[in-house]
Design a protein around this ligand. Structure first.
Ligand code: PLP
Length: 403
């Protein structure tokens, strides 16, 4: 039976998330794992899919060979459903960083042109532009609007001009939890003939995405976070218009061929597949397809609602304790990430970890980060809050105070 329709039926039977999905994740039996925005834990279906492939690889590799690239097409089809686009718009690559580098390399950015970035633009999107400064591309940094969290549309408007090639924005900032509203930024970029590049690593799977309504022209993302897949796989979304006017900085036998009547003429795949070179990490591909099955069966809308409820519970609990999160109060400007300023985040994370509560420690900004996902429930948030109580009580026995 098609695993998606099978699971969809199960989902319809159940009133809410996480319901039966929680038991799909063995980690929930022992830990309150709140690092879904870093490396999501393998669900049973994901481990089974990887394990089955390894077994076939061990016992009958020749049997795999004839349909070797099928798992890539399964991933592409599922990503296309997730992003409300055609499979032709999706290239499956080896991470957000690769996709972001491809995005930058694809664009014609002559000397004197510029790109707009802001404080939330993740290094994987910024560094490829910094590398192009040598060829005369100017980097324009939007001062942080939105209470210091991310570029406002007014910032982008002030910086954009007809030499702007791209506005490069990380949809959800992993350092603050801030979520941009992409549409108005896309409109400003488009008015000047520029493209919007969105890093969706922290939004795909937990925020509904649609290039038509959100307005992005290029997107880069990863499997291992909100899409419940393994590390080392990512994707590149390219709009039809971008596909039509770009080629490929690197080529290989998967995404290109030669003209049978002229062996010196390279013919690129018309689709985003043209960016796929040789054999990818097949080991992880089936795991990614299985992770996407769970996300699609749950539905991103329902995951978003569930996660927002857990984020709200966490923020309320923090506020009751006099702790203020960096993450915006406005639910439309946040997604699945809660950032909590903390004096010694490494010590706090280690204390929580000893109580089987996993959160991130952000050294640079001196904060803890909790990322509740579909497999988390209220009890995980409560264990985090109780752990923080215990941690603060140890350090300041007279009561809670913010770090
Ligand atoms: C917003 C964002 N972009 C990019 C990355 C890097 O992704 P990758 O390791 O797939 O290049 C991360 C985190 O790992 C991230 O949070």
């Amino acid at each position: 039976m098609d695993p998606i329709s099978d699971r969809s039926t199960a989902t319809q039977r159940d009133a809410g998330l996480p319901g039966p999905w929680r038991s799909e994740f063995p980690i929930t039996e022992s830990r309150a794992y709140l690092c879904g925005g870093g490396l999501a834990p393998a669900a049973r279906g994901v481990s089974d899919a990887v394990g089955a492939w390894v077994e076939r690889w061990s016992l009958d590799p020749r049997g795999i060979w004839d349909r070797l690239l099928d798992p890539v097409e399964e991933v592409r089809d599922r990503l296309a459903r997730l992003l409300s686009c055609a499979p032709a718009n999706i290239g499956v690559v080896d991470g957000t960083s690769r996709a972001s580098n491809l995005a930058v390399a694809l664009l014609d950015a002559p000397p004197g042109s510029n790109v707009i970035v802001d404080a939330t633009t993740y290094p994987s999107s910024l560094y490829p532009w910094l590398e192009r400064r040598a060829s005369g591309v100017e980097i324009r940094r939007a001062p942080s609007g939105w209470g210091g969290l991310g570029a406002s549309v007014a910032d982008v408007k002030r910086l954009v001009d007809d030499r702007t090639v791209a506005v490069s924005i990380t949809h959800v900032d992993p350092m603050t939890g801030f979520r941009h509203d992409l549409r108005p930024i896309a409109d400003v970029a488009h008015r000047h003939g520029a493209v919007l590049i969105a890093d969706v690593a922290q939004s795909a799977g937990v925020v509904p995405l649609d290039p038509t309504s959100d307005g992005f022209d290029i997107a880069a993302g990863t499997a291992m976070k909100w899409l419940l897949g393994p590390p080392g796989i990512g994707f590149l979304y390219l709009s039809d218009a971008v596909l039509a006017r770009t080629r490929a900085p690197q080529v290989g036998y998967v995404g290109a061929t030669v003209d049978p009547s002229d062996p010196d003429r390279l013919v690129l795949d018309p689709a985003a597949r043209r960016h796929e070179l040789g054999l990818p990490s097949l080991l992880g591909m089936l795991g990614f397809a299985a992770g996407l099955d769970i996300v699609l069966a749950c539905g991103v809308d329902r995951i978003a609602t569930h996660v927002e409820r857990l984020v709200g519970r966490c923020l309320d609990g923090l506020a009751q304790r006099g702790l203020r999160a960096t993450t915006p109060d406005d639910p439309t400007h946040r997604a699945g990430i809660v950032v909590i300023p903390m004096a010694d985040p490494a010590a706090a994370a280690a204390f929580l970890r000893a109580r089987a509560v996993d959160v991130w420690s952000l050294a640079r900004t001196s904060a803890l980060r909790a990322d509740p996902h579909v497999f988390n429930d209220d009890s995980d948030i409560d264990r985090l809050l109780e752990g923080l109580d215990a941690h603060v009580a140890l350090r300041a026995p007279t009561g809670l105070r913010s770090g």
